[in-house]
Design a protein around this ligand. Structure first.
Ligand SMILES: Cc1cc2nc3c(=O)[nH]c(=O)nc-3n(C[C@H](O)[C@H](O)[C@H](O)COP(=O)(O)O)c2cc1C
Length: 349
């Protein structure tokens, strides 16, 4: 029997989205900033690493489970924050949440969600994290964080790489109906011109935002979107519980280095002061094994989740997440490690 790899499954879902969702929605998901150089090299960057497997280890019982900031995970794979899931599916984030929950994974719910946070939280039915964009109106930022806390978010992800939204030659604007646009801010303000300014990105945000978020939420905060050891060290010194190494799927500064190539430097800089995560171009269980070998706690998946959502809804999302777990389990067995805690730097070259 032939087994379809997750990479092939995701490619098939992406192709299906090419005809099942509007072109503008496809472009919004697929697109990268600038000439799309960072976007295009992300998948390939993982493939430059080579493994040094162990042999003759008992690997009958492989366990892919781990924890992320204390949250138990069946596998070290998390759904990255993505704005406006309604571009891919009429139920938007709620449908994604069903798939993530069925797979026993963790979802990072975005500030720019296109469905109400309460409905997403209900569909998840378990722990979830909330991604924070600081908008120009600080009080609106505080309110949406307070809503997330009240609805059961257990950690905050502060995206640090988006003082302005990166310029893209395709898919710059999400093609969604007005009723979905910033629905979670809309309950506090009318969607007029003032609202558009108040909810735009705040480019003045600096490191003290970490402590501010901790103070207003009482939750651990991790910073997403950095690519340097010195920035990572500064984040944990400012009170972050960890960082996500990421170039935002090639959607912010074009020609930023691939996240995986910055991972070892960030892991070394953070040391035992926080947990390190990585995203961008992860498409196979072997990518996950490499990420863990380089010191990541877990990986995050962006576009694969939305392609699955657009092509098959929640069952598709579940299939991608479960597929990565199965591939990781198989790769761990062939690398001679049966626990995620036993994956170390010596496995990768
Ligand atoms: C359509 C789209 C929207 C995104 N929106 C957000 C967002 O609102 N906040 C954020 O922190 N990252 C956002 N990201 C970046 C993802 O969280 C993640 O870093 C990236 O998609 C990982 O790369 P991958 O798509 O190759 O898996 C978005 C990515 C895509 C593709």
């Amino acid at each position: 029997m032939e087994v379809e790899s997750v990479a092939d499954l995701v490619a098939r879902y992406e192709q299906a989205c090419g005809s099942s969702i509007p072109q503008a929605a496809y472009d919004f998901i697929a697109g990268g900033s600038g000439e799309e150089i960072s976007q295009q090299e992300a998948v390939g960057a993982w493939r430059n690493f080579r493994l040094r497997p162990h042999v003759l280890r008992n690997v009958e019982d492989v366990d892919t489970s781990t924890t992320a900031l204390g949250t138990p995970l069946r596998a070290p794979v998390i759904a990255a924050p993505i704005a406006y899931h309604s571009v891919a599916h009429s139920d938007g984030e709620i449908e994604t949440a069903r798939g993530v929950s069925a797979a026993g994974s963790l979802m990072i719910v975005p500030t720019r969600a296109s469905t109400p946070l309460a409905d997403i939280a209900r569909a998840l039915g378990g722990p979830w994290w909330f991604q924070v964009y600081f908008v120009r109106d600080r009080e609106l930022t505080r309110r949406i964080v307070a809503d997330a806390v009240e609805l059961g978010a257990t950690a905050l992800v502060l995206t640090g790489d988006t003082p302005y939204v990166g310029q893209k030659r395709r898919g710059q604007l999400p093609p969604i109906a007005p009723e979905h646009y910033l629905v979670n801010f809309g309950k506090y303000m009318q969607p007029d011109a003032e609202f558009m300014y108040a909810t735009s990105q705040d480019p003045t945000v600096i490191l003290d935002a970490v402590q501010w978020l901790r103070d207003v939420s009482g939750l651990p905060v991790i910073v997403k979107g950095l690519l340097r050891g010195d920035d990572a060290a500064a984040c944990v010194e400012a009170g972050a519980a960890g960082v996500i190494v990421s170039n935002h799927g090639g959607r912010q500064l074009d020609r930023a280095v691939p996240a995986v190539s910055a991972l070892a430097e960030v892991v070394a800089a953070v040391g035992d002061r926080g947990e390190v995560f990585v995203d961008g171009g992860v498409r196979s269980g072997i990518d996950v094994l490499i990420a863990l070998s380089l010191g990541a706690r877990a990986v995050m998946l962006g576009r694969p989740v939305l392609w699955a959502l657009g092509a098959e809804g929640a069952p598709g999302v579940e299939r991608v997440l479960r597929g990565l777990r199965d591939e990781l389990s198989h790769a761990m067995a062939l690398a001679g490690v049966n626990r995620t805690a036993n994956i170390d730097r010596s496995l990768v070259r």
